[in-house]
Design a protein around this ligand. Structure first.
Ligand code: ATP
Length: 326
């Protein structure tokens, strides 16, 4: 069966790493039709719209979407795209790789980030000169849904421990509800779980990441803690992610458009290629997904490596080496 994959490179290094993921998907034994769409700063400048209706439709109609990165227009692109695919869960695995220098070489954990509300609900206002507010939205339904997803994910993938991140001692109403809903779900699963204040959790993750398996987080906390974990394992060039909905999903690296290195061809394509591996898993190509991960691991261990990992290879060199191994 042919699957249609929407490909949206976006801005900056999104333009450089997305073709790498497509090359890798073309190299595995799977039947894909790729349809490319525009989004981001450049298309906004040309047309006035960061996410054209055609691109939105591509993502809605495709079996899955690969997204690179968006720059200044990120909020106008990725938030609606996550909405288009009905994504309520953002899955962000962070693991260290053999042979790579990492601050914490025993890291292997997965952040399950609530993807629709919290402080990213987009409700901001200027209520007076020099006074602006933001409304943090937490609902019982979304909290229960993300917790159910997180606990099911932990069970399905053989993880032994779940941590619920929150700050209910300060954000009593919003995180109070998040925590209550997530704990009720935890109680219904046959799996160990803990709760952790998100600020203290940041410290524990840096000092003892090996103690954590699956971490269920409200939206902003999941965004920040996963970037922190990227620092533990070798940088943002290594972290993939999946935005998962009921019937559709979008796969993107955790990193953004990286304007500081864009256009030089030196972005690490691993995060994007590992996102493509998550896409393969999602479409039930488990063997192919495992093969892609193994190829990436091999290249990370033996090189070539991009400058963020201490090498001097280009994104194309790394991609060619991964494709070679496949
Ligand atoms: P966003 O807010 O859009 O998620 P960000 O603030 O996380 O973006 P990035 O664009 O991800 O910022 O870049 C943060 C830093 O990480 C930059 O110094 C960038 O060069 C580096 N970086 C990000 N992705 C990669 C990559 N694939 N390869 C090498 N370096 C990267």
């Amino acid at each position: 069966m042919t699957h249609e994959i929407a490909v949206i490179p976006g801005d900056g290094i999104g333009q450089e790493v997305t073709p790498a993921a497509v090359d890798v998907l073309e190299a595995v034994d799977a039947d894909f039709d790729f349809v490319e769409g525009d989004a981001g700063d450049a298309v906004k400048e040309a047309t006035g719209e960061a996410l054209p209706a055609e691109t939105r439709e591509l993502a809605a109609d495709a079996d899955a979407t690969l997204f690179g990165a968006a720059g200044e227009t990120a909020a106008d692109v990725i938030l609606p795209l996550r909405d288009v695919v009905g994504s309520f869960a953002n899955v962000r695995p962070a693991r260290s790789y053999p042979g790579l220098d990492a601050v914490q070489p025993d890291t292997d954990l997965v952040f399950i980030r609530e993807n629709t509300e919290g402080v990213y609900a987009g409700i901001e206002a200027e209520i007076d000169d020099g006074v602006r507010t933001l409304t943090r939205v937490i609902t019982e339904d979304a909290s229960r849904e993300i917790a159910e997803f997180g606990f099911r994910y932990a069970k399905r993938n053989g993880f032994e421990n779940v941590t619920i991140a929150h700050k209910a001692n300060v954000m009593r109403e919003t995180d109070g509800l998040f925590l209550e809903a997530a704990q009720a779900v935890g109680d219904s699963f046959d799996i160990d779980y803990d709760t952790a204040l998100m600020d203290a959790l940041a410290m524990h993750l840096v000092m003892r990441p090996e103690e954590y398996d699956v971490v269920i987080c409200p939206n902003l906390a999941g965004d920040m803690l996963s970037d922190l974990a990227a620092g533990l394992v070798g940088g943002l060039g290594l972290l993939p992610s999946a935005n998962v909905g009921e019937d559709n999903a979008l796969f993107e690296p955790v990193h953004g458009s990286a304007p500081d290195i864009a256009g030089q061809g030196v972005a690490n394509p691993s995060a994007m290629i590992l996102s493509a591996a998550m896409l393969l898993d999602h479409l039930d190509y488990a063997d192919e997904a495992a093969a892609v991960r193994e190829a990436v691991e091999g290249v990370l261990a033996d090189g070539p490596r991009t400058p963020d990992l201490g090498g001097d290879a280009s994104a194309d060199d790394v991609t060619a080496a991964v494709v070679d191994r496949l």
